[in-house]
Design a protein around this ligand. Structure first.
Ligand code: BGC
Length: 603
């Protein structure tokens, strides 16, 4: 018995010792595991703070940037003036006034997609009676090929679209109308010789077609159209997308003075009254395409990710401002920061996922989605990391860091764009800008020759582009920065509105304005007035082929506002949701939509 007891005691002792040993190992293992975890997490936070610091846009820096923008604008306007802004005369000297009437086309080329649209204009009372568009993605190879390859591809789709013109688009002389006039929106820098000709200066946004540089873009397109042997189509105007946006906005609101794009790329144009002597204008004003993507200032907050991105881009040393603001680059900046965090701080636990190493694998709509994630556990962030990089499991701390990186990059873009707007405002808008010490800043650089009546006039900025349209927080950040930079009176005078798809519609309105065939292009019958149309909006969704069009009521579509109010912006929630179309922003898709009632101002 005592022997049995001894054995039991002995066994218990052994078992106890084993448990103790295992516990010690587990504790020790845990502590060896936790130590690096804490260490790496701290390193990730260090990297986050470092990035945040380098990307910061404090008010004093934004002021300097706005000031510098205004200085560069003046320099760029002077003949031979040295400036990093091209300040290109556009020869658009007559802006829409609502009288435009008839059927006009537009081709909008400048990103990963191009868009063709037809627009039936009904004059002052009718406005945009009907419009229809189709969007086509451009194969990557064509963005890097020859100009003939690119323009043949585009012309084929354009001719196909024009030849599918439905009965609803008939003009008064529709049966005899032999020429379809078109506005060409070309969203790259062009040195225009007239309102319908211009030589390509350089490519951007992932395009690099060497034989196109120096060529007349209208001639390139016109010969490609002629090669198609389809309906007769003539380019009536050549405009930058910013110019189309300004014209589209002006069509509805005569205070629109600035057109701006915040999409794949970024740029702005404005109506200049104080033209230098070498730029002649019958009306005394002309739209100037700033090409502000090329703006540079030592006050721009440049991080390691911007430097890497620029070095490896197709146009190193160029388009510095655009590379900090444009949708083409924001996702890539975030990816580079996350890659560094993964390499140096095992943010996702290692090994480095191959997709994370792939340039441009994270596109801006994805970071906008993560940024808009308000769930407690950042579910959307986890999903994007899984879908895009194949990172199966992430902890909440890592997801928070990712969210913060997206916020820093989006906020920087919005605040820098705001400084640019304020720079334009400084150039054209008159006195009363600065929130704290308006006298110092306004008197310092104010050009007294500029028209004084502008001092009190409202200035409306029409903005087009997915970044502004789809990312609610972007609009909030931008408006907040504008308000910080301006005095209260100045902020009240500056209104920013979304001019949805304005660049294409604006081009067709400008084509009407510069039409050579006005008589043949009158509308056929009294159409619905916009107020009636707005009450009964009808929308057609087509699969790129008119026979497959089906009619949908407005309520089946993502919410649209058709208000044309003058009120101050009330940010609408347009975050990416399942029902929100992301298709026409950076994502290559093909579809066609027509609305009875045109432009949309939601801001
Ligand atoms: C182009 C501009 C264009 C802007 C927005 C830039 O890359 O140089 O001409 O307006 O993108 O599309």
């Amino acid at each position: 018995m005592p022997e049995l007891e001894n054995r039991i005691w002995m066994n218990m002792l052994i078992a106890g010792a084993a448990v103790a040993a295992i516990t010690t190992v587990v504790i020790a293992w845990n502590s060896t595991q936790k130590a690096p975890l804490v260490k790496t997490r701290n390193r990730a936070l260090e990297l986050l703070y470092e990035f945040q610091h380098a990307a910061a846009t404090p008010l004093h820096a934004l002021r300097q940037i706005a000031e510098h923008m205004a200085i560069e604008m003046r320099a760029g306007l002077r003949r031979g003036g040295k400036s990093n802004l091209l300040m290109l005369p556009t020869y658009v000297e007559n802006l829409p006034d609502g009288d435009e009437e008839g059927l006009f086309y537009a081709l909008d080329l400048g990103g990963t997609n191009f868009r063709v649209l037809r627009c039936l204009l009904g004059g002052k009372d009718g406005r945009v009676l009907k419009q229809e568009f189709e969007e086509v993605s451009i194969p990557k190879a064509l963005m890097l090929g020859t100009s003939a390859e690119l323009f043949d591809f585009i012309a084929e789709r354009l001719v196909d679209f024009v030849s599918r013109e439905g009965e609803g688009f008939k003009t008064r002389n529709g049966m005899q109308q032999t020429v379809r006039e078109m506005g060409l929106t070309f969203s790259f820098p062009v040195k225009q010789q007239s309102v319908k000709s211009g030589a390509i200066i350089q490519w951007s946004k992932g395009f690099d077609i060497a034989d196109g540089v120096g060529a007349d873009v209208v001639a390139l397109l016109q010969s490609a159209i002629n090669r198609q042997r389809g309906p007769k189509i003539e380019v009536a105007v050549l405009v930058n997308d910013t110019v189309g946006t300004l014209a589209g906005g002006r069509y509805w609101n005569e205070d629109v003075m600035v057109g701006m794009i915040l999409g794949t790329g970024t740029n702005a144009c404005y109506v200049e009254h104080d033209l230098p002597s070498h730029v002649q204008s019958g009306s005394g004003e002309m739209i100037i395409n700033m090409e502000w993507g090329g703006f540079w200032s030592s006050h721009l907050p440049r991080t390691f990710a911007d430097e890497q991105l620029d070095k490896e881009s197709l146009n190193p040393g160029q388009a510095g401002y655009e590379k900090m603001i444009g949708g083409m680059y924001l996702g890539e900046i975030v990816r580079r920061v996350l890659l560094r965090m993964e390499k140096e701080a095992s943010l996702f636990g290692g090994p480095v996922p191959s997709k994370l190493k792939e340039p441009f694998s994270l596109i801006t709509p994805e970071i906008a989605k993560m940024h808009a994630d308000e769930s407690k556990n950042l579910r959307v962030v986890a999903k994007v990391l899984r879908d895009v990089f194949g990172v199966q499991k992430t902890d909440l701390a890592a997801r928070r860091i990712v969210h913060d990186v997206c916020d820093i990059v989006i906020m920087r873009s919005a605040r820098l764009a705001a400084a640019g707007i304020v720079g334009i405002f400084k150039k054209i808008g008159g006195e009363a800008f600065d929130s704290t010490d308006s006298r110092t800043l306004t008197n310092l650089h104010w050009d007294s020759q500029e028209p004084q009546q502008l001092d009190t006039k409202r200035i409306v900025v029409a903005v087009d582009g997915g970044l502004y349209e789809h990312c609610t927080q972007y609009r909030v950040y931008m408006r907040a920065a504008v308000n910080e930079l301006l005095s209260e009176a100045g902020a009240k005078r500056l209104q920013i509105v979304l001019s949805k798809d304005g660049s294409g519609i604006g081009a067709s309105i400008l084509a009407a304005r510069h039409s050579q065939h006005r008589g043949a292009n009158k509308i056929t019958c009294p159409m619905e007035r916009p107020s009636e149309a707005a009450e009964r909006p009808s929308v057609h969704l087509c699969g790129g082929n008119s026979s497959s069009c089906s009619q949908h009521t407005q309520s089946e579509l993502p919410p649209r506002s058709t208000q044309f109010t003058q009120s101050e912006p009330t940010p609408r929630s347009t975050q990416f949701t399942q029902s929100e179309p992301q298709s026409n922003w950076l994502q290559a898709t093909q579809h066609s939509v027509s609305y009875v009632y045109g432009l949309e101002y939601i801001d």
